[in-house]
Design a binder for this molecule. Structure first.
Ligand code: ADP
Ligand code: MG
Length: 149
């Protein structure tokens, strides 16, 4: 069982605000390296990841990896940022053999996972969980929770 100890909730009223919140989070990861994004289509998961990438210093444009599952971006000091989108995948069984365990275990990776609930069992205990909800056309509720690290 994973106990999420730290939690904060915010409401954004445009995509730029979601990106800004994500950028701030990227600067405060403090050793946490898995960011699990959970929310409906269009709730802002990819938008959030774009902000994260910016905060991590990635200059490249981050697009939705929906059709390619995993996209990687080099970071400083040999580290790598992975953007994973599990939308097209079923639960656990289908995910075997994709090398996700290796990516998650590698101390040099920072990983953002859309539809991360499909992978729940593999997520490390200090995963940062981001729940996104539609409140209106441009309003989103974002709940950030994590165990202490
Ligand atoms: P997901 O990856 O969850 O399917 P996306 O980030 O791809 O979602 O899409 C979110 C869509 O909603 C984008 O078109 C974005 O511009 C729009 N949007 C509107 N308001 C917001 C907001 N407050 N936060 C994030 N995205 C927003
Ligand atoms: Mg997406």
């Amino acid at each position: 069982m994973v106990l999420y100890l730290v939690s904060m909730e915010l409401i954004t009223s445009k995509p730029q605000e979601t990106k800004k919140a994500a950028r701030k989070l990227a600067l405060n990861l403090k050793g946490r390296k898995v960011i699990a994004l959970i929310g409906d289509l269009g709730s802002g998961k990819t938008t959030f990841v774009q902000g994260l990438a910016k905060g991590l210093g990635i200059k490249q444009r981050v697009l939705s990896p929906t059709f390619i599952l995993i996209k990687s971006y080099p970071l400083e000091k040999g580290r790598v940022f992975y953007h994973i989108d599990l939308y097209r995948f079923g639960k656990a069984k289908e995910l075997e053999g994709l090398g996700l365990e290796e990516i998650l275990e590698n101390p040099n990776s920072v990983v953002a996972i859309e539809w991360a609930e499909k992978l729940e069992k593999l997520l490390p205990t200090n995963t940062v969980k981001i729940n996104l909800e539609h409140l209106g056309k441009e309003r989103r509720k974002i709940i950030i929770s994590s165990s202490k690290s």
